[in-house]
Design a protein around this ligand. Sequence first.
Ligand SMILES: [Zn+2]
Length: 86
Amino acid sequence: MKKKSPVMRKCISCRETYERNNLLKITKDHKLGISFYKGMGRSAYICKSKKCYTDSKIIKKLQKALKTNLGSNFLVIFEKEIANYI
Ligand SMILES: [Zn+2]
């Protein structure tokens, strides 16, 4: 019997694929707005390696991936979120 393969997603920064559990998920939900790990809608994934979530262009890459403009509010939430990994 083959083992069920895990769900793989691509990091928007390094373009490597990882198991979804090892990625930070950001979703643009039409009701919740931008949320982490929850919500339905267009999603982007960032791996938990420092060079990716501290990428100076990460916000630009996120905006492109989510097709939205992320305000300065987002940066505050994002930095709080990634503080869990540092
Ligand atoms: Zn990455």
